[in-house]
Write a protein that binds this ligand. Structure first.
Ligand code: AMP
Length: 181
């Protein structure tokens, strides 16, 4: 599959909404992408082919837009899917990490038994902005004794350089769509 062609196809579907959820943020709305099953299948197949070399044992998807593609990729590869959720949503014993967002601050959690010590975990979200959310997820994985096998995104805002923060955790960082400004 040609990733550049897919990037253009996905970009053509992403809707940009100014000043959402707060003034100054140009929100990339991926909901129109989800209404196109052919493109979604290409995204899932591309993700699968990219992560095949990463030797991941678990895919951890970040609430909530990391739940759209993460489970399909995980189950197609025969891997477990683990949700990373906003604080207070998971019913069992949890570990938590707080972090700064492009807008505001937040806390995310994982179930304490979601990852076994030494397991290689692929972290997935819809969009990489400053990298704060994905870094917090990486810290959760490490708190549970897991290893970060890589980071997988649909969209990356290159100008916010989130990738530089994530490089501390894994050299494997992949996004289909890039925005340079
Ligand atoms: P960050 O922690 O700064 O990398 O932000 C990533 C998280 O915030 C992801 O869960 C994204 O869904 C969301 N996000 C941040 N900025 C945007 C944006 N411009 N458009 C859409 N989602 C965003």
């Amino acid at each position: 599959m040609n990733i550049k062609e897919l990037e253009q196809e996905v970009k053509g579907l992403i809707r940009e909404i100014p000043d959402f959820p707060v003034k100054g943020i140009l929100f990339k709305d991926i909901m129109p992408v989800l209404r196109n099953p052919q493109v979604c299948n290409k995204i899932i197949r591309t993700f699968e082919s990219v992560v095949r070399d990463w030797n991941g044992e678990v895919i951890a998807g970040i609430e909530s837009r990391g739940f759209f593609f993460g489970p399909s990729v995980a189950f197609n590869l025969g891997l477990p899917f683990v949700p990373v959720r906003k604080v207070g949503k998971l019913p069992g014993d949890t570990v938590a990490v707080s972090y700064n967002l492009e807008y505001g601050t937040a806390t995310i959690e994982m179930h304490s038994d979601a990852i076994q010590p030494g397991q290689r975990v692929i972290i997935h979200d819809d969009l990489l902005a400053t990298g704060g959310t994905a870094e917090a997820a990486a810290q959760l994985v490490q708190k549970l004794g897991g290893q970060v096998a890589g980071f997988l995104f649909l969209v990356e805002l290159d100008f916010l350089a989130g990738r530089e923060i994530l490089a501390k955790y894994s050299e494997n960082i992949f996004s289909i769509v890039h925005y340079e400004k």
